[in-house]
Design a protein around this ligand. Structure first.
Ligand SMILES: Cc1ncc(COP(=O)(O)O)c(C=O)c1O
Length: 412
């Protein structure tokens, strides 16, 4: 028989975070803990279907007016409008001036990809592959690949995390912006930076915006954790709204995977803010073409759940309560872990655990210490030392704190 036509295909390494979860599942040790996965878990270590989502799912199931016809290419209109409204705020002048458009996408990833594809085709000249795209060091690993696969050839990094200070390297970030070629694209985490859990303060965002405006840099916000950082949707959208108030044209990729717990429904939205309605309509017309050849039109279930919830004042309040429940549990786990490490006298300082925000914490554990945690302690975390705070529970906190203590004291 002739050799396979695929004989020369190299094996691609697995995606680290999914591999970690697979390894965790296979581990039969009763002490095992998964701090790798980027999803919320209850104090019982279980996934959580938000009560408001359960309620709306029932409403949808009982609504005989709904069917499974194709949605429009750009998605469910009431989903798109409400999703952009929670990003930009109820009283957003940009919305009133009709210079906001949106595209329902497959998760935050889909929103980033449609935005990237559009920018490659239409931003700064046609078929532009040379415009630099800047991502933070470190960042969510998919940022690089999404922009590369969209055709961008010059992906660069900007300073973000100061490991010694365990905080934001504002000066490094501003310097990189000063030196970036005009019209470069900057991916900015709207809140709850993944993986560092460290965001600029409002004052720092103002400095960032001032440089970006002066240097004509394009802000592409990635908003995957709205509500998770502070427990408040408005506070977590502060940076995006500030940039809009400063007159920027921008994109904002929104994910409803985390704040609605709708991970596998793939619910995302790409909000486009332009200078005027006419510009935005032309942009959307091109995005429609890109969606048509990518997934043709999006799925409805998750978008209906989100749209129904956001459109009803009562369901909206219930959802905000559910988001707060998740955010509060993360805060509690942060303070419990920090106090245990301090009580154990674990070498180093641990205030960053409570100072960082959102789902993740950058522990400062080095790759060898992480390996010890995984191999000896059956505690699964990313090689970067990032842990998902939701993987902690009142039952495993003592074990995790003691294991971190051992890792830090035994292994340098
Ligand atoms: C920073 C960041 N952006 C985007 C996403 C993508 O979210 P989604 O699952 O909705 O595609 C994630 C998910 O982990 C993320 O952490």
């Amino acid at each position: 028989m002739a050799a396979s036509i695929f004989a020369a295909v190299p094996h691609s390494p697995p995606v680290a975070v999914f591999k970690l979860t697979a390894d965790f599942r296979e581990d039969s040790d009763s002490r095992k803990v998964n701090l790798g996965v980027g999803a919320y878990r209850t104090d019982e270590g279980q996934p959580w279907v938000l009560p408001v989502v359960k309620k709306v799912e029932q409403m949808i199931a009982n609504d005989n007016s709904l069917n499974h016809e194709y949605l429009p290419i750009l998605g469910l209109p009431e989903f798109r409008a409400n999703a952009s409204r929670i990003a930009l705020g109820d009283d957003s002048p940009a919305i009133k001036e009709k210079r906001v458009g949106s595209v329902q996408c497959l998760g935050g990833t889909g929103a980033l990809r449609i935005g990237a594809d559009f920018l490659r085709r239409w931003y700064n000249g046609n078929n532009n592959t040379a415009t630099p795209v800047y991502v933070s060091t470190p960042t969510w690993e998919n940022h690089n690949s999404v922009f590369m696969d969209a055709g961008f050839k010059d992906i660069r990094t900007y300073h973000y995390w100061d490991a010694a200070k365990r905080g934001l390297d504002l000066q490094g970030l501003l310097n990189d912006m000063e030196q970036a070629p005009e019209f470069s694209i900057f991916i900015l985490h709207a809140c709850a930076h993944n993986p560092t859990g460290t965001d600029p303060t409002p004052e720092q965002w103002k400095q960032i915006a001032a440089v970006m405006k002066r240097r004509s840099l394009f802000p592409f916000f990635d908003s995957a954790y709205q509500g998770f950082a502070s427990g408040s949707l408005d506070k977590d959208a502060w940076a995006v709204r500030y940039f809009v108030s400063e007159g920027f044209e921008l994109f904002c990729a929104q994910s409803f995977s985390k704040n609605f717990g709708l991970y596998n429904e793939r619910v995302g939205n790409l909000t486009v803010v332009g200078k005027d309605a006419d510009n935005v309509q032309r942009v959307l017309s091109q995005m429609e073409k890109i969606v048509r050849t990518t997934w043709s039109n999006p799925p409805s279930q998750g978008a209906r759940i989100v749209a129904t919830t956001l459109a009803s004042p009562q369901l909206f309040d219930e959802w905000k309560g559910n988001v707060k429940t998740m955010a509060d549990r993360v805060l509690l786990m942060r303070s419990e872990l920090r106090s245990r490490l301090e009580a154990l006298g674990t070498p180093g300082t641990w205030n960053h655990i409570t100072e960082q925000i959102g789902m993740f914490s950058f522990t400062g554990l080095n790759p060898k210490q992480v390996e010890y945690m995984v191999k000896e302690k059956h505690i699964y975390l990313m090689a970067s030392g990032r842990i998902n705070m939701c993987g902690l529970t009142t039952k495993n906190l003592d074990y995790v704190a003691k294991s971190i203590h051992e890792a830090v004291t035994k292994i340098q």
